[in-house]
Design a protein around this ligand. Structure first.
Ligand code: BTN
Length: 224
């Protein structure tokens, strides 16, 4: 893939949708950064915001964000950080969100959008977010971080394509936040259960009062 680096864009996801070019598009700032469920994504200068398309399809789609989240964790480990995967799309460091992943399907492509907090000094308080700078006290070179992350993603997606989720599952489980703990899943009404396992298809296995429940997607938090 070629790399397109923009100063400012509404959203790298929307840019890819409009252009239908197959490239990695990065922006220093986004004026309308988007998160999952129509939420907005604070995209001030200092963060890494990028998107890229996938033209092939994957068997169990919910494994895709997990493979990406794993890549983010592994890249961060290479920098000396300890990061965890909050099922199914987020990466956390020390109880705060460091990275969000957006997977959107168009008619012929899957667009992957990644927002990683790197050099930001502050966030809106309600966000419970952190950055690599806030965790470590030093700044990082955005292009270095990007290239290392793309390399990890490339390797993991190859593994996913060739050998299925099986090989990545153990690595994801090792880094899975709240495993064995009581969590709330934001269904309507909310579901409470013990996060028992990650299924071979990447589903969340919850042990609830009504028995075992497999969940395909959603948002969880620790029951507090
Ligand atoms: C989430 O946690 O809800 C997902 C956040 C995804 C943010 C990234 S930043 C690059 C790309 N462009 C967007 O507008 N969103 C994604």
């Amino acid at each position: 893939y070629s790399l397109v680096w923009l100063e400012e864009v509404s959203s790298t996801q929307d840019w890819l949708k409009e252009k239908s070019i197959n490239c990695v598009v990065v922006a220093r700032r986004q004026t309308k950064g988007r998160g999952r469920y129509g939420r907005s994504w604070q995209s001030d200068e200092g963060g890494l915001y990028f998107s890229f398309p996938l033209t092939e399809t994957f068997k169990d789609e919910q494994t895709l964000p997990l493979a990406i989240a794993l890549s983010v964790c592994q890249m961060l480990e290479d920098y000396g950080f300890l990061a965890s995967i909050k099922w199914v799309n987020d990466v956390y460091i020390g109880g705060k969100k460091i990275c969000g992943i957006l997977v959107e399907k168009t008619k012929d492509r899957t667009l992957i959008g990644i927002g990683l907090n790197v050099n930001q000094k502050r966030f809106t308080e309600s966000l419970q977010a952190t950055s690599l700078l806030l965790v470590s006290g030093r700044e990082y070179h955005l292009a270095d971080v990007l290239l290392k992350l793309l390399d990890r993603i490339d390797k993991n997606l190859d593994l996913l394509k060739e050998r299925g989720f099986q090989v990545l599952r153990e690595e994801v489980k090792k880094r899975l936040l709240f495993l064995g703990e009581e969590v709330v899943l934001y269904t309507d009404p909310p579901t409470v259960g013990i996060l028992a396992d990650l299924s071979p298809e990447g589903y969340l296995v919850l042990m609830t009062a009504q028995g075992e429940k497999k969940v395909v997607s959603g948002d969880i938090t620790l029951r507090g």
